[in-house]
Design a protein around this ligand. Structure first.
Ligand code: FAD
Length: 427
């Protein structure tokens, strides 16, 4: 391989904060909100042009594991979405919480403004400078403004893929230990031009899931568009809008820009050919239109940064409770087929989880003293991640991470030395 040597250069320090959060997905934005509400000067850095990660740039207007939550922020988000967006809430025939991604974008921006979170969009965290002892001194970002440095006492990795942890030299795991492969990626699309009563038998939740995905699969296949995700799914978002998840990109990594590029192009092409097939399939589909495909292809998993505790399959099978619980997960293990030859959309695995706790320790980096993890890059194994990663859990994780960071910054103590009881009092 050919290499060039980059010249050393002076980088402006753009600001100093108590807390910097990298990534504004469901978990990062929750962390930033709670840190700011606890009085920490908080900067939220996001590479997209909007807040919300999969909820917005990924078009995922479908929350799982939200209904029995104790998370104050999640309850507030749902209340606000119901108030602001005509159709948000539980769709006519399913227990999940549906919302229009556009509505979530605006809500998150307003909440961050109200809480006093400093925002930097269109900016990628691309490096770190470490202090002696391995703590992060500042993050380095790349954007239209060039390369910049941002200093803080505490740093939160909420990038989903664990970019900040990896850039800081933290140890991590990735993929399945059995096969070393990542779950497939999927690009989502918002569709319009169809009416619920006419396509009820294809809509997840309105018709029992297994039946609905079977009907949609058969319809696509019969019209020449056999879906790469066998369990192609259609969800109802509002009277005018539906969410389509019907493609899988196999054996690719969300931490490889070439894989992301190829996958996004292939997935978008497949979506459009599926739409053409559905339009041919009958009068109820004739006016079907793609309102938009996601700006970012959905990456189910990336790096899992090692923490003081790693949530394991054994915890899920046992339904283990934790002395420092911050989130009680009810979602089951959801491993999408790692291999296109699997005949259904999911990997054939034999495990059945019981509701279990995520401990605060799994959010504290084992290696970098002032690094806190939140979101899908927290410390856990492949199967545990395949359960806790849904967005109803990402919010309470973020809240705990944000409060922990704020306390740690205020008290000038590493996160590992903040007593759990203090955290609970402030949650
Ligand atoms: C295809 C698909 C379908 C899913 N279906 C469901 C579902 O139906 N219901 C459900 O509840 N969950 C679902 N999930 C799971 C859920 O969406 C994710 O696990 C969840 O969004 C993770 O939240 P997060 O905050 O950790 O990360 P993400 O939502 O991935 O957000 C990470 C954010 O960090 C930003 N970022 C990344 N790297 C950098 C960097 N270096 N610098 C700056 N910013 C950066 C990203 O742009 C993004 O905004 C699905 C996931 C996928 C991919």
């Amino acid at each position: 391989m050919d290499f060039v040597q980059e010249q050393a250069r002076r980088i402006p320090v753009k600001g100093t904060f108590d807390v910097i959060v990298a990534g504004s997905g469901p978990s990062g934005v929750s962390a930033a909100l709670r840190a700011a509400e606890c009085g920490a000067e908080t900067l939220l850095i996001e590479q997209n042009g909007c807040l919300g990660g999969m909820w917005t740039a990924g078009l995922l207007g479908w929350m799982i594991d939200h209904d029995k939550t104790e998370s104050r922020l999640l309850i507030r988000l749902k209340t606000e979405l119901r108030k602001r967006c005509s159709a948000a809430g539980s769709p006519p025939c399913s227990g999940s919480f549906a919302f229009e991604p556009e509505c979530m974008k605006l809500l998150l921006e307003e909440l961050c403004e109200e809480a006093g979170v400093h925002l930097r969009l269109y900016t990628t965290v691309a490096g770190t400078i470490l202090r002696e002892g391995g703590a992060i001194d500042c993050v380095l970002t790349e954007s239209k403004s060039g390369r910049e440095a941002w200093r803080a006492k505490l740093f939160l990795d909420a990038t989903g893929d664990g970019d900040l942890g990896a850039l800081s030299g933290a140890s991590f795991d990735a993929g399945s230990s059995e096969e070393g492969r990542f779950q497939p990626m999927s690009m989502l699309a918002v569709l319009t031009g169809i009416r619920l009563p006419e396509i009820l038998r294809y809509v997840n939740g309105c018709t029992p899931r297994a039946e609905a995905v079977g009907n949609l699969h058969d319809l696509l296949a019969a019209n020449g568009a056999e879906p790469s995700y066998h369990d192609a799914s259609l969800f109802f978002l509002s009277d005018e809008l539906f969410l389509l998840m019907a493609n899988h990109e196999y054996r690719v990594s969300g931490c490889d820009a070439d894989d992301l590029t190829r996958s996004a192009i292939a997935a978008r092409r497949e979506i459009h050919s599926q739409i053409a097939a559905l339009r041919r399939s009958g009068p109820e589909w004739r006016h079907l239109t793609v309102a938009c495909t996601a700006e970012r292809i959905g990456v189910r998993e990336g790096r899992r940064i090692r923490g003081l505790y790693s949530v394991s399959l054994a915890d899920l099978l046992e339904g283990r409770r934790q002395p420092d619980a911050i989130c009680h997960v009810r979602a089951g293990i959801d491993v999408h087929a790692l291999n296109p030859s699997f005949s259904n959309g999911f990997a054939d695995h034999k495990y059945k989880s019981k509701p279990y706790d995520i401990p605060l320790r799994s959010l504290i980096s084992a290696d970098v003293p002032n690094l806190i993890l939140t979101g899908r890059c927290i410390s856990g194994d492949f199967y545990a991640h395949a359960s806790y990663r849904v967005t109803g859990n990402m919010v309470p994780l973020g809240e705990a991470a944000g409060v922990l960071a704020a306390l740690s910054a205020r008290e000038n103590r590493p996160p590992a030395r903040i007593p759990y009881e203090r955290l609970r009092q402030n949650l």
